[in-house]
Design a protein around this ligand. Structure first.
Ligand code: PHE
Length: 344
């Protein structure tokens, strides 16, 4: 009997020695030390052995149990440590691995240009004003000295929604709206960026929807020289300190006199090249002194107040500034195009 017990001990210890899984240790413990295990079996046969041997066998049985239990515990602890180590190993993060670069977005060239222009004028005391894209005929035309059937309406082919409602053809209606809000009291100094719509056939230089930015100043004693000085600052800031400007007479129903502003060519400096088509000058924007009728209709007394206004296409400015040859690039959102621009 003693031999049988020692044999069981040897067997159990060997098995335990070889286990690699914690759940196997558990199984071995149940197998040998459980109520249905072989050691219990041996103990049940104690009755068959001589009385004086029983304490000795009992002691051996206890020693065998203790030995197995101790080994179970040792092995359990050992595997516990091992398991944690394995887990840690499996979950290690290589902190020296370079991170995946995040694609960085940047400003759309039109946004970059319009913000640059806004910043410049805000610095000169202007406020940014906005108006609706679906505009009343009244603000888009009539309040700008373009009564119904005025031939100059043809200068801007329009998308009408109803007889009195259209997609605004320029940002000038924001002038009329802002002046009206001022109730005949100056000064007014605004810059208005926004989308405009015209019935144009899209090509490299035309788009049925584009963006303008408009400036308006109304105050006492505003003169043509104020317009010229302002545009000079603008031209130098946007296209370089060496730029010169020239004003040519032009026509807009809402300004009198009206001008077209050119800048000296930034490519050849005025000698004539392909960019300025040999003339040395590049046409940039339209402007003029606010027409007395426009002031009057917006509630300003033209004998007391005068003003100047100018308007330009943001696309044209961006195309000139960045050397872009096709206006459609602004709207097709090809990432290879858009990635090339950084805000100044
Ligand atoms: N609104 C005019 C256009 O779209 C530009 C302009 C604005 C001209 C303000 C004069 C004064 O062509």
């Amino acid at each position: 009997m003693k031999e049988r017990l020692l044999e069981l001990q040897k067997e159990a210890l060997e098995k335990l020695e070889q286990t690699k899984l914690m759940k196997d240790i558990q199984a071995i413990r149940v197998e040998y030390l459980g109520k249905k295990g072989p050691i219990t079996d041996v103990m049940k046969q104690m009755g068959k052995i001589p009385k004086e041997e029983r304490p000795i066998i009992g002691q051996v049985a206890n020693e065998v149990r203790n030995a197995i239990a101790q080994k179970v515990e040792e092995k359990w602890k050992e595997l516990e440590v091992l398991e944690v180590e394995m887990k840690l190993k499996a979950e290690t993060i290589d902190v020296t691995l370079p991170g995946r670069p995040v694609q960085q977005g940047n400003f759309h060239p039109l946004t970059a240009v319009v913000e640059e222009i806004e910043d410049l004028f805000i610095g000169m005391g202007y406020e940014v004003a906005e108006g609706p894209e679906v505009e009343q005929d009244h603000y888009n035309f009539e309040a700008l000295n373009l009564p119904k059937d005025h031939p100059a309406r043809d200068m801007q082919d329009s998308f009408y929604i109803t007889k009195e409602l259209l997609m605004r053809t320029h940002t000038s209606p924001v002038q009329a709206r802002t002046m009206e809000k001022h109730n005949g009291v100056g000064p007014v100094r605004i810059i208005c960026p926004g989308k405009v719509y015209r019935r144009d056939t899209d090509d490299a230089t035309h788009s049925h929807q584009f963006t303008q930015i408009e400036g308006l100043v109304v105050d006492k004693n505003i003169r043509m020289s104020d317009l010229k000085g302002t545009l000079d600052v603008f031209a130098k800031k946007m296209f370089g300190e060496d730029r010169e400007i020239r004003l040519r007479p032009s026509f807009f129903p809402f300004t009198e006199p009206s001008v077209e502003m050119d800048i000296s060519c930034f490519h050849c400096g005025g000698d004539g090249c392909h960019v300025c088509k040999g003339s040395g000058w590049i046409e940039v924007l339209g402007g003029g002194m606010v027409h007395p009728n426009v002031l009057k209709m917006a509630g300003f007394d033209p004998n007391e107040y005068s003003g100047f206004a100018f308007g330009m296409g943001q696309e044209r400015i961006a195309m000139l500034k960045y050397g872009i040859h096709d206006i459609r690039h602004f709207y097709t959102n090809d990432i290879r195009f858009l990635k090339q621009f950084k805000r100044a």
